[in-house]
Design a protein around this ligand. Sequence first.
Ligand SMILES: Nc1ncnc2c1ncn2[C@@H]1O[C@H](COP(=O)(O)OP(=O)(O)OP(=O)(O)O)[C@@H](O)[C@H]1O
Length: 251
Amino acid sequence: MRTNSAETGPALKMEKVRKTYGEKTALEGLSLEVGRGEIFGLIGENGAGKTTAIECALGTRKADSGSSAILGMDPVSERKRVFQRVGVQFQETRFQDRITLREACETAAALYRHTRDWKPLVDGFGLAGKEKQTVGALSGGERQKLAVVLALIPDPELVFLDELTTGLDPSSRRDVWEFLKDLRDRGTAIVLTSHFMDEVEYLCDRVAILKKGVVVREGRPSDLMQKEGPHIGSLEELFLACAVTGKGESA
Ligand SMILES: Nc1ncnc2c1ncn2[C@@H]1O[C@H](COP(=O)(O)OP(=O)(O)OP(=O)(O)O)[C@@H](O)[C@H]1O
């Protein structure tokens, strides 16, 4: 794994990011900090602003105001350098259906200066033996796994995974969880979104719950649950409690 001990700042820092789409406010003053070697979960109901937050963090979507720094770099003015060191799996990744899985991996590897061997990744994600299969012939879950594999090929220091295990069977989800924990333990920062609260509670060191573009809770899942009160026994219960309380209530 690549390490850079000289760099000790946060993997991601977003400050007061605001994003509107016409009349719609998708993010209202979003501030987040994700440490190196940390799994950070962005959670919230449909339309809460999770994907917009990732896009603004990466600079692939222009925020109205506020700032984002990735590994200490400006994702817009230093885009090339940032993308050499960051992996991204977007929701519903689009693939060229006619290329094989091997070609998809080789193409991804060719784009980066520093890569990890894709074959163990393919094996680790249960895709061994599918190398010659066209991407179009993969099942939905297999395509989802491929999207995560492609995000990891650049041996990223920070990886964004948007709804990473949607469509995966229960045992594949657990395999992916263990893989990500191992990645985190080797120093990679991971920002993920998920609608599976068991997954978030199991994987994430810290979470932010977004509601209508505002962070309404942020911290360690266990601390947040404890703070909420003895009636809250899981992150899912906390999430549901936040869903019925007012916008922007206690962070
Ligand atoms: N290109 C766009 N044009 C107009 N509105 C948009 C656009 N993209 C997102 N929105 C709106 O901004 C809000 C936030 O969307 P976003 O996709 O960030 O939410 P999300 O939390 O990722 O949702 P989901 O869990 O459904 O993926 C939503 O109300 C959405 O309808």
